[in-house]
Ligand binder design. Structure first.
Ligand code: NAD
Ligand code: MG
Length: 344
């Protein structure tokens, strides 16, 4: 174990896998994370099954991959460790219907994101252990890295710990999922949940899409062709993000022209001002005090009317219309879609 920036980081050599190899593990769901964890654990020698909704068509795919597929009730009756890799919005319903009635003392309930536990959507009995193993990457990467003998860095956290070995179980799980080659960082439910929500709201999804749209609209409203606004404000973002991803902000600045660098350092701070940062702090407070969670849980209870309406409003924003046309002209983009057209 080493300390990086005051966080505990575990690697393969620090972790004994027997706490997971001696247990029966069930993965709930076979989506992005579910399929990756199930296959990685199986290939690491774990006794693992996959649980799906009654009558799910995915069962065939699970069986083809050499895994057994069972119902949620059977899963909870059979397993020692239940890893919940269902969408966060269905955690409570599945927990109330299938997990709670079958839950056993000393069981381990795992998650890849802490929302439902941290905001008390799910309150397991005190004699049940809870943990997080959260890979910091999408499921397909968790799987493809494992296949090459590497892994995706992951967070682990322990919530309830009546058995006293929940950290060992979660580390063993993360190692069998491939994360020990890259590094496993120990955190808490609070920190995992709140930073994840803040990142997606302020920077990754919320901040980025608002910035792209505002830049595009500014050029178009000033009379520039939407096609050119699309290239400058959306298309080229990938190049910049790739540079930042591989080498930080400094590699990006190394690669761009001096004119771009000067524009970056003198104009960027005029956009993201102390006012913007004050709003970021408010967004963070709403995450910390549970206001966001309450609003989102309520929105789900009503069938997501506001979410649907706001997504609908953006679907035919000019940047999307012109984007669909321009991407159709770029063969390498057409051939490398991350989301297939029948999924959309
Ligand atoms: P997903 O949407 O890809 O898959 C969820 C699976 O759950 C589906 O494939 C299906 O098998 C099942 N399912 C869907 N709706 C259901 C319902 N109503 N009832 C029963 N089963 C249902 O989910 P995901 O993105 O893999 O997310 C799973 C968990 O992992 C979440 O807690 C998420 O926050 C977390 N996580 C995801 C990522 C990621 O990159 N996708 C990264 C880290 C953590
Ligand atoms: Mg997130």
């Amino acid at each position: 174990m080493s300390k990086v920036l005051d966080m505990k980081v575990y690697y393969d050599k620090d972790i004994d896998t027997s706490p997971i190899l001696t247990k029966k593990v069930v993965i709930l769901g076979y989506g992005s994370q579910g399929h990756a964890h199930a296959l990685n654990l199986k290939e690491s020698g774990v006794n693992v099954k996959v649980a799906l909704r009654e009558g799910s068509k995915t069962c065939e795919r699970v069986q083809k991959a050499g895994l057994e597929c069972i119902s949620f009730e059977e899963a909870v009756q059979w397993a020692d460790v239940v890893m919940n890799l269902l969408p966060d919005t269905v955690h409570k319903e599945v927990y109330d219907k299938y997990i709670a009635p079958n839950i056993k003392s000393g069981m381990y309930l795992g998650f890849a994101h802490g929302f439902s536990i941290h905001y008390n959507e799910i309150i397991p009995p005190a004699d049940v252990n809870t943990f997080i193993v959260a890979p910091k990457g999408p499921g397909h990467l968790v799987r493809s890295e494992y296949k090459t003998g590497r892994g995706v860095p992951s967070l682990v956290a322990v919530g309830q710990n009546p058995s006293g070995d929940t950290l060992e179980v979660s580390l063993a799980y993360a190692k069998c999922n491939g994360a020990g080659t890259a590094g496993i960082i120990e955190t808490t439910f609070k920190n995992e949940t709140e930073t994840d929500l803040f990142g997606e709201q302020a920077v990754l999804c919320g901040g980025t899409s608002a910035l792209i749209k505002a830049g595009f609209e500014t050029l178009v409203e000033a009379g520039y062709p939407p096609e050119m606004a699309y290239f400058e404000c959306l298309h080229e973002l990938k190049l910049i993000v790739d540079l930042i991803y591989y080498g930080g902000i400094s590699d990006m600045r190394y690669s761009i022209s001096d004119t771009a660098k000067y524009g970056d350092v003198t104009r960027g701070p005029r956009l993201v001002t102390s006012e913007t940062k004050a709003e970021m702090k408010k967004i963070l407070e709403e995450i910390q005090n549970g206001k966001f969670a309450k609003e989102w849980i309520e929105e789900n209870r009503k069938g997501q009317p506001n979410l649907k309406m706001m997504l609908e409003e953006d679907r035919d924003h000019e940047i999307e219309v012109v984007g669909r046309k321009l991407r159709g002209m770029m063969s390498w983009i057409k051939d490398a879609q991350l989301i297939s057209s029948d999924e959309r």
